[in-house]
Every structure is written in structure tokens, then in C-alpha cells.
Design a protein around this ligand. Structure first.
Ligand SMILES: NC(=O)c1ccc[n+]([C@@H]2O[C@H](COP(=O)([O-])OP(=O)(O)OC[C@H]3O[C@@H](n4cnc5c(N)ncnc54)[C@H](O)[C@@H]3O)[C@@H](O)[C@H]2O)c1
Length: 443
């Protein structure tokens, strides 16, 4: 029989409405918002979302208990979610979605009344951090004024819609790579930096600061540091709020973290992994800037080393070549094409090759992740979790991890960690897949 870790679930059903605020209302954000509304209206299915379509096994296999995740875990229902956000452009969500060119006009036409009503608030923006774009919808003043205004925006949004709770998910452009400096080393230094409008403070971190100061969990969908600094982690601890990041795991990196664990499981060696992409959306344009690409490159390159553990397997993985390129190619828009050439070795060192040609849709892959992250972060807060949420690594290219720990990149370990966390919080037995019939607890 399944043992319960507690007598009753530690988390109650959510009450009231949840606000989801998105800094950056471009392709990913509008595809997410339009998609949730299409699902609410019964026009489309939330494919790719674990919280909406996933099942979770509970207890022994013989018990045959496999409820939907959303029936097992008290998550906010889509009917009571409200959207808002910020952008440097004034376009409402309908205009921005049409511009992004991800969703078909026929679908957007059906949602036009809803999307046309969502207008971005003024953004905290410094063109030094995102070089290829500029827009008029920005908060005047320096970093302290930005923080004050963003905090007020969150409070006003909550009051306007009668919301119980709010979470933020960064869907803004990738900022230039910034080395960690003393300004983000502690909360005190950071706050002094806000007062002095210190240019070393990236705008994305001001959103994280405002969110945490207002009691809102924060997820970072881009590779720039944003909430992943000692200062913001200190604040998250102080406010007892959950945070996670970085960089939504979609497209080529998703494939990498599916295939690399398989190669390693079978102890096949790796000589080289060459990855290149063509991408024509605004994200691709921003990533043409070497500073923004550097942020992306760092998150994309770190994946293989942690999965393959070259230190432990020097013969198999001690000397592989890994390269990732992103090329801006406007005709493709959001429909990215990613090629991988993988040179592997088998028995006695005989070489083999794998070729992948993934014709994917970037924002279609990212939108369900925004939804899951928002709902899980809200759940985490209600469960009393705070600080870095490593169980949400499943969603990120470069998962945040506690100081001194390597992040887990293997998609299947990440999935197990996520589902076991849900079982743990809900007082169900953890599943190890041991499968011994004389082992009473788990078959
Ligand atoms: N689509 C994917 O599969 C995917 C995967 C991983 C990460 N990402 C990241 O998600 C982010 C969004 O991607 P996208 O395709 O929607 O890009 P996008 O260019 O369509 O949208 C980003 C929006 O952010 C706005 N913006 C920039 N700086 C801002 C600021 N300081 N405040 C408010 N708004 C700001 C821009 O004006 C733009 O409208 C990017 O950082 C991208 O790298 C996307």
C-alpha cells in the first residue's frame, strides 16, 4: 500500500484570481496569452503543457492511479488567470501577435476582442543592454524610478483586476552578457546602485527586484542573469519567495538534452557536436548583437559538459568539439530551423554520425513553458517553497542551481525531480522505479 508522508496535502486549493505579468510582450508572450485564451474558449488544446495535459503516476503500478497533474496538484485554473505586462513598444497584444507572425490570422481574428484590450505598461529599458531595438514606451528617469514605477504597476494591476496573487515571467529580449560585479553581490550594494542609477544594473534585474519586493515569484525565460545574482537571491530568501531560470529550454537545446543522456546511457563516445540555426524573428535580430549572443551562447554551451561529465569519462567525452551558431535570417520568421551534426564513436572507437534537422516553431515550443512556470511558481509559493526552484530545471537551458552545485541538464532526471517534488508536497510516496516485487513500498 502507498504510504502517505503526511495526513493531508500541505497546499490548499488556490483562492481568487492569479495575475501573470510578463516583462516583454513579443512573440513568446503573445503566443502564450493568445493560446491560453484559445484554450479557455475551447478553440485549441494546450499541447506541450505538463500542467494541463500531463498525467502523474501515484503509488504502485498495480494501483493504476495516474491522475492528470492538474487534478492531483491544486493549481490555479486557467479560467481565473489574468494577463498583463510591459514592453518598450506600445502595441497591444493583438498588434504584437500579428507582427510576431507566429499564430494564424484566422485564430487571432477570433481572439481580437480579448487581445486588443491588453496593452503593455511602460518598460524599464536601457538600450545599452539590448542594442538592436528601441521603442517609445519607456519609464522616464533612472533605475530607482524604474523600480518604484514597476512596483506601483504590480500593485495597480492587482487592485484593478481584484487579484489574489501575481507571478512574473521574463519574456523580454536577451540582454547583453554582463559579468557579475560587486553591484549585484549583495542586496545592500544593489539598492545603493538603484539610487545611483548604476549602469551595471541590467533592466531585467529591476523587474526581478520589483516583483520580489511586491511579494511575487519570478521566472526568467532569457539567458541574461536577471534574478540569478547573489543580490536577488538574498532578496528572494528574505521575502520567502520562489525564483527560477534561466532561458526557456526549447528547440535545439531541448533536442540536445534528450539525445545526449541517451548517448551517455549507452556509453557511446562523442567527438563533436556542431549546431547551427537560422531564425528570423525579433529575437533572432537581437541575437545578432554579439553581446546578446554571448549570453545565449553561454547557456547553450554549458549543457553538454554537465550531462556528459568529461572528468568522469575522459575516454568518451574528454575531448569533444562543441559549437553553437545562431544566424539571423528574416524569411523564416519565428519558424526556426536547427541543424545538428553529431560525430559519435562506438565499439572499438568506430565513428558514426547523427544528423538532426529540426524545423521547429520557437514560440510554439516556448508558450506552454510560460504557462507551466507561472502555475508551478504560484503553487511553490503556496507550498512554502522559496529561493531557487531546482525542481523547475526541466524548463530551462541553463537551470539556476545553489552556489557550488552543478545544474542538472538531463531532461529525464529533471522530469523525475519535478514529478517527485509534486508527489512529496502532496504527501504521496516518491517513485524510484525500483520495481522489485518483494519491495513492499513500490512495485
Ligand atoms: N522562443 C523561444 O523558443 C525561446 C527560447 C528560449 C528563450 N527565449 C527568450 O525569450 C525571450 C523572448 O523571446 P521572443 O521570441 O518573444 O522575443 P521578441 O523579440 O519577440 O520579444 C521580446 C520583447 O521584449 C521587449 N523588451 C526588450 N527589453 C525590454 C525591457 N527591458 N522591458 C520590457 N520589454 C522589453 C521587446 O520590445 C520585445 O517586444 C528572448 O529573450 C528569447 O531569447 C525564447
Amino acid at each position: 500500500m502507498t504510504k502517505m508522508l503526511r495526513d493531508k496535502p500541505a497546499v490548499d486549493a488556490p483562492s481568487g484570481k492569479l495575475g501573470i505579468l510578463l516583462p516583454g510582450m513579443g512573440a513568446v508572450a503573445t503566443t502564450f496569452i493568445a493560446g491560453v485564451e484559445a484554450v479557455r474558449r475551447g478553440i485549441s488544446q494546450p499541447i506541450g503543457s505538463m500542467t494541463q495535459m500531463g498525467h502523474i503516476r501515484l503509488g504502485k503500478r498495480t494501483e493504476n492511479r495516474q491522475p492528470l497533474v492538474k487534478e492531483f496538484v491544486p493549481l490555479q485554473s486557467l479560467d481565473s488567470v489574468v494577463f498583463g505586462g510591459w514592453d518598450i513598444f506600445e502595441d497591444d497584444c493583438l498588434t504584437a501577435a500579428r507582427r510576431a507572425g507566429v499564430l494564424e490570422s484566422s485564430l487571432l481574428d477570433k481572439l481580437s476582442d480579448f487581445l486588443g484590450e491588453i496593452r503593455p505598461m511602460k518598460a524599464a529599458f536601457d538600450p545599452e543592454y539590448v542594442k538592436r531595438i528601441s521603442g517609445p514606451n519607456v519609464i522616464p528617469g533612472g533605475r530607482r524610478e524604474w523600480a518604484n514605477q514597476l512596483r506601483k504597476d504590480i500593485r495597480d494591476f492587482k487592485a484593478r483586476h481584484g487579484l489574489e496573487r501575481v507571478v512574473l515571467v521574463w519574456c523580454g529580449s536577451t540582454e547583453s552578457y554582463a559579468e557579475e560585479t560587486e553591484i549585484t553581490a549583495s542586496l545592500a550594494a544593489y539598492e545603493a546602485g538603484l539610487d545611483q542609477n548604476d549602469p551595471r544594473i541590467p533592466p531585467s534585474s529591476v523587474y526581478a527586484y520589483a516583483a520580489l519586493m511586491e511579494g511575487c515569484p519570478y521566472a526568467n525565460g532569457a539567458p541574461n542573469a536577471s534574478v540569478d545574482t547573489p543580490a536577488m537571491l538574498e532578496l528572494a530568501d528574505k521575502m520567502k519567495l520562489p525564483v527560477c531560470g534561466k532561458d526557456f529550454k526549447t528547440g535545439q537545446t531541448l533536442m540536445k538534452t534528450i539525445i545526449a543522456p541517451g548517448l551517455k546511457a549507452r556509453l557511446l563516445g562523442l567527438q563533436g557536436w556542431f549546431s547551427t540555426n537560422i531564425l528570423g524573428n525579433r529575437d533572432g535580430e537581437v541575437l545578432e548583437d554579439p553581446g546578446s549572443f554571448k549570453s545565449k551562447e553561454v547557456t547553450k554551451l554549458s549543457v553538454l559538459d554537465t550531462i556528459l561529465q568529461p572528468d568522469l569519462y575522459p575516454t568518451l567525452y574528454g575531448n569533444y568539439f562543441h559549437s553553437v551558431k545562431i544566424n539571423y535570417y528574416p524569411p523564416r520568421g519565428d519558424n526556426k530551423e536547427g541543424w545538428d551534426n553529431i560525430d559519435i564513436t562506438g565499439w572499438l572507437g568506430y565513428p558514426m554520425q547523427i544528423k538532426i534537422d529540426f524545423l521547429c516553431r520557437d514560440s510554439i515550443l516556448a508558450a506552454p513553458l510560460v504557462l507551466d512556470l507561472a502555475l508551478y511558481l504560484d503553487f511553490a509559493k503556496r507550498a512554502g517553497f522559496y529561493g531557487i526552484q531546482e525542481w523547475l530545471s526541466f524548463y530551462f537551458k541553463s537551470p539556476m542551481a545553489a552556489a557550488g552545485l552543478l545544474p542538472e541538464h538531463d531532461l529525464f532526471i529533471q522530469q523525475q525531480k519535478l514529478k517527485n517534488t509534486l508527489r512529496y508536497v502532496m504527501g504521496e510516496q516518491l517513485i524510484t522505479h525500483l520495481g522489485l516485487d518483494y519491495y513492499e513500498d513500490e512495485v
